[in-house]
Write a protein that binds this ligand. Structure first.
Ligand code: FCB
Length: 473
């Protein structure tokens, strides 16, 4: 398929000494409900799998939970004020399913929906485009008790929930993301078990991936029927994947990991089929008998946009580690592949900083799949921060953003239709199994006082937004 080059303006091409982005580029920041809201037991909200998981001893570092988090439920007005100070054009947030439909089925909890109405109205009043994610991992616990994502019915429940939220907020929200990172929901939630609900079953993880995608397709169909003018999409966490060496075993390991990390979602959603090599790799784990006729047509319901979350690259070796044997794995059928590091600088997560990998991912998606507008819906880094005289200077985080924005610019100059960028994250928050020990925010949170301090990366980002670009190097 030949790709039309993205229309570039003279301003973008000539740059006037700066690296300018196309006019209308959507500059934003992202968060997720369970990571920031707190108010876990208020106004009718009931537990999600993350409440259960974080209250299970040993699952989350330090015994942390999202019970209070950044108390955003009560402080959203202040937080939207900070977004306005940064000049954000858009804010990506997620809706907590157990807040708005506490049992995962049946009627809406109006008090929960009211919170999102207030939040969205505040955003609109400040001229900030709301970008709503329906599922950022907080499945209502009753649905997990009924089988969770490995059960087909959960897909139908998700579509009902999507319709319910869309019915309530569709008059004021135009951008709708169904799922955030179904890879994590499936393979960390049901494979390695390091995320909620903490199940370790390879076949379940593959079933979960399928039902998440089915739920996505059903939800887009239901919402689009009501509002064909809205923009619907899904967010995938994509990785650049490389073999450690050019040996045949390493190259095959890279093919397998690319299959399980990227193509197992990209191919069904954008091409309407599972990649045959991945289906073959999965044979020892599952025969995919849960895939029913017609499912792939639903899963491939056309998208208005694709969200990509990018953090790092996987470098892999097919020469297995001697002790890699029987740990629960998030790589079903490919459990013994070894992940290696190359000695590049790492973030506080231990993830190597690899901005060229983002160019690779963006060009690959655009070259190998039908063209769809792309938004970077998350990109960012955790570093240890020090508060000195009420200020936080975070040069490493700033450099990470800078390098990855240059990568986006490079991809755009190659014709990839990247239409926006959401920094992860607006503020420090509950980093899942790592609790509050990892700080990804542009705004520092003091969890004792709930004081917010914009870091130097936030000031820098405000300047990038104001100029619609970066200073040329
Ligand atoms: C992504 C998640 C997000 C956050 C970042 C660091 O996988 O979508 O919630 O945890 O990683």
């Amino acid at each position: 398929m030949t790709k039309a080059a993205t229309p570039q303006t003279a301003e973008f091409r000539e740059g006037s000494g700066q690296l300018l982005f196309p006019p209308g580029f959507l500059w934003g920041a992202a968060t997720a409900a369970y990571q920031i809201e707190g108010a876990a037991n208020i106004d009718g909200r009931k537990p999600s799998i993350w409440d259960t998981f974080s209250h299970t001893p040993g699952k989350v570092l330090g015994g942390d939970s999202g019970d209070v988090a950044c108390d955003h439920y009560h402080r959203y007005r202040e937080d939207v004020g900070l977004m306005a100070e940064l000049g954000l054009k858009s804010y990506r947030f997620s809706v907590s399913w157990p807040r708005v439909q506490p049992d995962g089925s049946g009627g809406a909890n109006q008090a929960g929906l009211d919170f999102y109405r207030r939040l969205v109205d505040e955003l609109l009043a400040q001229g900030i485009e709301p970008w709503l994610t329906l599922y950022h991992w907080d499945l209502p616990q009753p649905l997990e008790d009924a089988g969770g994502w490995p059960a087909r019915d959960t897909a139908a429940r998700f579509a009902d929930y999507a319709e319910l939220v869309h019915g309530a907020l569709g008059d004021r929200v135009r951008y709708w993301t169904t799922l955030n990172e179904p890879w994590c929901s499936s393979f960390l939630g049901y494979g390695s078990g390091v995320h909620a609900p903490g199940i370790t079953d390879g076949a379940d993880s593959v079933r979960a991936a399928h039902h998440l995608m089915l739920g996505h397709g059903l939800a887009v169909q239901a919402m689009r029927a009501a509002r064909p003018d809205h923009d619907f999409g899904v967010t995938l966490n994509l990785y650049a994947v490389s073999p450690e060496t050019d040996s045949a075993v390493d190259v095959d390991a890279a093919r397998r990991i690319d299959g399980l990390a990227n193509r197992i979602f990209l191919d069904p959603i954008l091409l309407g089929r599972y990649p045959q090599d991945v289906v073959a790799d999965l044979q020892p784990v599952t025969d995919l008998a849960h895939v029913r006729e017609g499912d792939l047509d639903v899963i491939a319901t056309p998208l208005n946009m694709l969200g990509i979350n990018y953090y790092s690259r996987h470098v892999v070796s097919g020469a297995p580690a001697p002790d890699a044997a029987d740990e629960p794995s998030c790589w079903p059928g490919s459990e013994r592949i070894r992940f290696v590091t190359r000695g590049l600088p790492v973030t506080d997560m231990g993830w190597e900083v690899d901005a060229p990998g983002l160019v690779e991912v963006l060009r690959r998606v655009n070259d190998e799949y039908p063209e769809v507008p792309i938004y970077i819906t998350e990109n960012g880094s955790a570093y240890v921060d020090d508060v000195v005289n009420d200020k936080v200077d975070d040069p490493d985080r700033l450099a990470y953003f800078d390098a990855h924005l240059r990568a986006c610019h490079e991809a755009i100059s190659h014709g990839v239709p990247v239409r926006g960028y959401f920094a992860w994250s607006l503020m420090d928050n509950f980093e899942w199994a790592w609790g509050y020990s990892k700080r990804f925010g542009m705004i520092h949170i003091d969890y004792d006082t709930q004081l917010r301090i914009p870091k130097s990366s936030a000031r820098w980002y405000a300047d990038v937004i104001r100029r619609n670009g970066l200073a040329a190097q």
